[in-house]
Design a protein around this ligand. Sequence first.
Ligand code: THU
Length: 140
Amino acid sequence: MSITNNDLVKLAFSAMQNSYSPYSHCKVGSALLSKNGKVYLGCNVENASYGVTNCAERTSFFKAVSEGEREFSKIAIVGGVEGKVKDLFMPCGVCRQVMAEFCSGDFEVLVASSQDDFKVFKLRDLLPHSFDEKNLSNGE
Ligand code: THU
């Protein structure tokens, strides 16, 4: 049975429970669906050296890529202070850049404001005119 958008959002909520966020108290969870049909959960993992923090979305991507996955269809994201989800918790610029490394503009980003309410964005709308491998080619 295939995973619905609602399933993916609910999985992101469950992933949020594992958030390690003693500094910001912002709990974030994500559920990344690969084209092979596997789901990779992620949460934010903070550090006393703040810049070392890893966002939930990158946790999902790095787990998946490290297990050999390269193609993805969508990710669900949820977050809020103390895990209280009120608004859309949009992915940061660094996470959008990581998405762009592996995903085309059609990649779907589901951002939830509750277990039953979420908005669907296309990566092309979240990171237009992105920097990518084409910029590293000398054209030969
Ligand atoms: N955070 C994420 O997990 N994903 C994002 O896209 C934005 C920010 C986390 C990092 C940090 O632990 C907390 O939210 C506050 O910035």
